[in-house]
Design a protein around this ligand. Structure first.
Ligand code: ACO
Length: 359
């Protein structure tokens, strides 16, 4: 039995490759940094979905207006359908996405990509008693998402930072949420069902729920001098340091550096970045001492927390922003599974009593 399915290959894919030994991520043939430097969010999404949905063209110019219209449609659809109360944003997002019709077509995919970008700002503003801001279908996706959140003009460094984030987390091999999405797709269910399942898997703190606790950690540490005693106490209590360790990477997660670079370009954020760097350095030293045989390095979630905070997202919304990027990968994988895979149905090893034992 492979507990946690370590090293089990459960799909062939053309979407992404994670090399945990050298710390390299390839997305549709391009190293992560090349994709981020040469593509907008819309172009990257188009590249990821190319070949999986009729109507997606390879000319790299079609998705922007289609996605803009989908944002407007999602705003109109959800305007009077938001859950009330003070639900956690991920729970509210799940409730909303579950209302969308299922399907395997381009329109369903566009609505699913547009939905988190529109819904998260609507939900966050509703929680503060503020009116929602309508999307601008002509604006770039990342700009529009930030504008709907803040109702301010979005400058280029902020646009670039969110775009970098959304592309950096777009896909990452057969991680827990993507595998979940593929399992659902393998039964013949539609994209909405697969995305809803992926979102449910993303929520947990061992996967996409880590950056909120990372920020709590930085807030509790306050200054670099406090890092060592605070982190050591956590480790002594047998707790995990959020933002460190990974199932696949034995070296630093390349996404951490992509995000760190994006933060360094944001004006006025150097103090927070300096604290994060000091905490990271101390954490890596303490983890190496505690687990000399198990390399535990910085993962994507550590600098995600710093970047999303700098962009004005509250910690409880970080998993929802992750959803806004990763949804593209889930859709590509769900379609790939439907096109090339079989029903995913592994075996379990029964270790309970047998009839003769029970008698
Ligand atoms: N802090 C302290 N110890 C750790 C950490 C950590 N962050 N991560 C792993 N360990 C320890 C475990 O306690 C375990 O010790 P043991 O053998 O004495 O029991 C050992 O390292 C191996 O851990 P596993 O749980 O087997 O590693 P696994 O590959 O299953 O876990 C995971 C990977 C879940 C990411 C883990 O490193 C972790 O919990 N990290 C903190 C949460 C986090 O940052 N999650 C985001 C991951 S990135 C993403 O999903 C987008």
């Amino acid at each position: 039995m492979a507990n946690g399915l370590d090293d089990v290959i459960a799909a062939e894919t053309v979407i992404s490759e994670v090399n945990g030994r050298v710390g390299r991520l390839i997305l549709r043939g391009l190293p992560l940094n090349d994709l981020v430097e040469s593509h907008s969010f819309e172009q990257a999404a188009e590249r990821m979905l190319d070949g999986f949905l009729p109507g997606i063209k390879t000319s790299r110019s079609d998705l922007k207006p289609l996605l803009g219209n989908a944002r407007s449609d999602m705003f109109a659809y959800f305007r009077n359908r938001l859950p009330g109360g003070q639900a956690h944003p991920v729970d509210a997002l799940r409730t909303c996405v579950a209302q969308l019709p299922d399907g395997d077509d381009l329109n369903t995919a566009l609505n699913l990509i547009a939905a988190p970008a529109v819904l998260l700002p609507m939900l966050l503003r509703q929680a503060k008693g503020l009116a929602p801001i309508a999307p601008d279908p002509e604006a770039p996706h990342a700009v529009d998402m930030l504008h709907m959140l803040t109702n301010t003009d979005i400058d280029q460094p902020n646009e670039q930072a969110l775009e970098t984030y959304l592309m950096t987390v777009m896909d990452h091999g057969l991680n827990a949420s993507t595998f979940t999405a593929r399992v659902v797709a393998s039964t013949g269910a539609g994209l909405t069902s697969s995305v809803l399942a992926g979102l449910s898997a993303l929520k947990g703190p061992l996967h996409g729920g880590a950056p909120g606790p990372v920020l709590d950690m930085l807030d509790a540490i306050i200054t670099p001098e406090n890092a060592e005693p605070w982190l050591q106490e956590k480790l002594d209590r047998g707790e995990r340091l959020m933002g460190f360790g990974h199932r696949i990477y034995r070296v630093r997660d390349p996404r951490a550096d992509a995000l760190k670079l994006a933060i360094s370009k944001l004006p006025g954020k150097s103090g927070r970045l300096a604290l994060a760097e000091a905490v990271e350095k101390t954490a890596l030293r303490l983890l190496a001492k505690k687990k000399p045989d198990r390399p535990l390095k910085t993962n994507v979630e550590f600098y995600t927390a710093v970047l999303l905070e700098a962009l004005g997202f509250p910690p409880e919304s970080f998993t929802g922003v992750f959803f806004a990027g990763r949804v593209v990968g889930w859709i590509a994988h769900a379609r790939e599974q439907a096109q090339t895979g079989r029903l995913i149905r592994p075996q379990s090893l029964y270790v309970g009593p047998r009839p003769q034992d029970a008698a």
